[in-house]
Design a protein around this ligand. Structure first.
Ligand code: NAD
Length: 388
């Protein structure tokens, strides 16, 4: 069974799918691992380290893609410099595991099905305790949550902690975290460690205790509707609930030095939480970091990939923050992937037990079919839009 690690060719992607330490563990289990030459360069893992871990370093990307039984990658397959699609290099029956964004870019699933590739979208691993060690959404979101606070602290023209000095007393920064999922909770913990006073808000009432246990105040809004969907994800809320929420959070946003937004609704555009009026009410010098920038943004003035100045407020539309901390982001992703690989490989063969919810949920294509109903629906919706 040959596992191959492709070099990421997407501009700005610095992570690698497996790090040498994990390679050594897989090799010890009897798996053959090929790593594309230079795959770890941008995350500071050298070809020599992969070789020492027992991998074969291969200076031929077509061989990596074409001879893999299981191809591991971070982001979506790309078009290569020679104009060929990476997907087209995979052999029939190969397994591909990566962040495939099948609900956002469902066309990719069609291509993979046409190629008879068995594809696992790592973002569709269930968020259950059993699958926790394969949960790459969580591992990467926690990097993003941590880094968002450092970015905010660097952009804020103020201290985060309270200081009592001979030159006077400095008040601590006030930080408001909107959305207390994995990224939000890590942002709360990081902002607290830097000494800020932290408040947080989420439409899922269950997170209140977690927020409080991290030393932050939970901002409560009474919503008279169900806000949690299957799998523990947030639901899209009604216009009435949105208006109620905005009324309450407006005051907190106005009084904050830093607002970090992380709110997402799976498979949908990110909800708008911070309106233009709210930004305009903030003190000049305040900072907003929008972790949902790539999904449309939680703030009305967010521009993905840009720092915007508006009414004296800096709005930072972050993109792919995990890639900005590639050593630990890759380390955690590597552990997630290796756990999934070991889960799939039994007696040196791929064992696809679709009665298992982890495999059933994450495997989007197999045997020429798109297996996942939500992906099929997304594809139908996308073709309808193109047809219009
Ligand atoms: P996410 O990235 O989908 O969303 C981030 C947060 O935004 C969520 O907490 C969500 O409730 C919140 N949100 C959505 N709409 C909002 C709005 N209008 N206003 C304010 N907040 C809003 O979330 P995630 O971090 O991926 O977590 C999703 C779910 O998965 C959570 O229930 C989490 O507890 C659960 N989870 C479970 C496990 C596990 O059991 N192993 C691991 C990770 C996450």
């Amino acid at each position: 069974m040959r596992i191959a690690v492709a070099k990421e060719i997407e501009v700005g992607e610095r992570r690698v799918a497996l790090i040498p330490e994990t390679v050594a563990r897989l090799v010890k289990k009897g798996l053959e691992v090929w790593v594309e030459k230079g795959a770890g360069d941008r995350s500071f893992f050298t070809d020599e380290a992969y070789e020492a871990a027992g991998a074969k370093v291969v200076d031929d990307s077509a061989a990596i893609w074409g001879e893999a039984d299981i191809l591991l990658k971070v982001g979506l397959p790309q078009e290569r410099e020679d104009g060929r699609q990476e997907i087209d290099l995979l052999k029939e029956g190969a397994v591909l595991i990566a962040f495939l964004n099948p609900l956002g870019v469902p066309e990719i699933a069609q291509k993979l099905a046409d190629k008879k590739v068995t594809a696992f979208a790592i973002e569709l691993i269930p968020r259950s305790s059993r699958a926790q060690s394969m949960d790459a959404l969580s591992s990467q979101a926690s990097v993003a949550g941590y880094k968002s606070v450092l970015i905010a602290a660097a952009a804020l023209p103020k201290y985060f902690p309270m200081l009592t000095t001979a030159a006077g007393t400095i008040a601590p920064a006030k930080v408001f975290i909107m959305g207390a999922g994995v990224a939000g909770l890590q942002a709360i913990a990081t902002a607290r460690r830097l000494g800020a006073v932290v408040e947080a808000f989420d439409i899922r009432p269950a997170v209140k205790e977690e927020v409080q246990s991290l030393g932050a105040k939970f901002v409560e809004v009474q919503l008279n509707e169900e806000t949690v969907a299957a799998g523990g994800y947030a639901k899209e809320i009604s216009a009435d609930a949105r208006a109620r929420t905005q009324e309450v959070v407006a005051e907190h946003i106005k009084n904050s030095d830093v607002v970090i937004t992380t709110a997402q609704v799976q498979g949908k555009k990110a909800p708008l939480l911070v309106t233009e009026e709210m930004v305009a009410q903030m003190k000049p010098g305040s900072v907003i970091v929008d972790l949902a920038a790539e999904q449309g943004g939680n703030c009305a003035r967010t521009e993905p990939g840009k720092d915007v100045q508006w009414h004296g407020v800096t709005i930072i539309g972050t993109i792919n923050l995990p890639s900005s901390m590639p050593v630990h982001a890759s380390q955690m992703y590597s552990k997630n992937l290796a756990t999934l690989v070991q889960y799939l490989v039994k007696d040196n063969a791929i064992n696809l037990d679709f009665a298992d919810d982890i495999i059933d949920s994450a495997c989007i294509t197999h045997g020429g079919e798109i297996r996942n109903q939500r992906v099929r629906d997304a594809l139908t919706a996308a073709s309808a839009t193109v047809g219009n």
